[in-house]
Design a protein around this ligand. Structure first.
Ligand code: GLC
Ligand code: MG
Length: 250
């Protein structure tokens, strides 16, 4: 059982303003001396690209990292701490080859680099101008093959196909229950489409000011007092949100 849980996306949420990141890190380190705070990074990146970012930026050591849009979980220290239980759950009813075969018929879908094609995630680039037309067709073709998946479109360029049981939101619920942390002691932060499922429960949600249109649109359609749209961007927005929910006072 822990006191608090902070789950944050990396690119364009925690990362984006190096100075603000240092300030947020200091605040969290101080808080961590007083309380048992679990910190989780929740990213669309594969483990390989996460390691790359970790080498470039000043990140606090997390208690867990969910990579490839919540389809994989690693506990600290990452090496040798892959969560097999989560992987087994995510793999239920997932047929990667069949999904890939359906999607490869779509000429508009441009395959992302190999590092981003992981066991439970198939990823493409798709331009915004045709996304609204392509996504429903892809969904219909997958369903016709009885492939029950999630299609997630982020930042007007990235399309991920995930197993039904994967995703950042389900991974968040899994960790929150594992560590027995209440929703009002859990903070989730994000900026784009692949973060939407993080905000679907009653955890305290922080959306940074630089959020992408798909998340902003979702936020305006699902307004509640436990979701906060910050006026500031990146780590500064996270600080503002934590302040708003009374977790810190600055
Ligand atoms: C990250 C991943 C990419 C994914 C995107 C959106 O950039 O590297 O594969 O499509 O997040 O989830
Ligand atoms: Mg992001």
């Amino acid at each position: 059982m822990a006191d608090f849980l902070l789950v944050t996306d990396l690119d364009q949420t925690l990362i984006g303003d190096d100075k603000a990141l240092i300030i947020l890190n200091e605040v969290l380190e101080k808080k961590r001396q007083e309380y048992d705070i679990k910190i989780v990074y929740s990213t669309g990146r594969s483990l390989e690209l996460y390691h790359q970012l970790n080498r470039e930026k000043n990140l606090l050591s997390p208690d867990a990292v969910m990579t490839s849009v919540g389809t994989e979980i690693y506990f600290h220290p990452i090496k040798d701490n892959f969560d097999l239980k989560w992987a087994n759950h995510v793999s239920e009813n997932w047929d990667r080859e069949a999904v890939f075969s359906v999607a490869s018929h779509f000429a508009d879908l441009v395959l992302q680099p190999l590092s981003e094609q992981t066991d439970f995630k198939v990823s493409y680039y798709l331009s915004k101008s045709i996304a609204q037309e392509v996504i429903p067709r892809l969904k219909a073709d997958l369903l016709r093959q009885k492939l029950d998946t999630q299609i997630i479109y982020s930042a007007s360029y990235a399309l991920d196909i995930l197993p039904k049981n994967g995703g950042k939101g389900s991974a968040l619920q899994y960790l929150r229950k594992k560590w027995e942390i209440a929703v009002d002691k859990t903070f989730v932060c994000g900026d784009s489409g692949n973060d939407i499922t993080l905000f679907q429960g009653e955890e305290r949600g922080i959306i940074v000011a630089n959020a992408k249109s798909e998340l902003l649109q979702w936020y305006y359609q699902h307004k509640t007092p436990f979701r906060y749209l910050a006026k500031q961007a990146f780590a500064q927005g996270i600080l503002e949100g934590l302040n708003h929910f009374g977790f810190i006072t600055t």
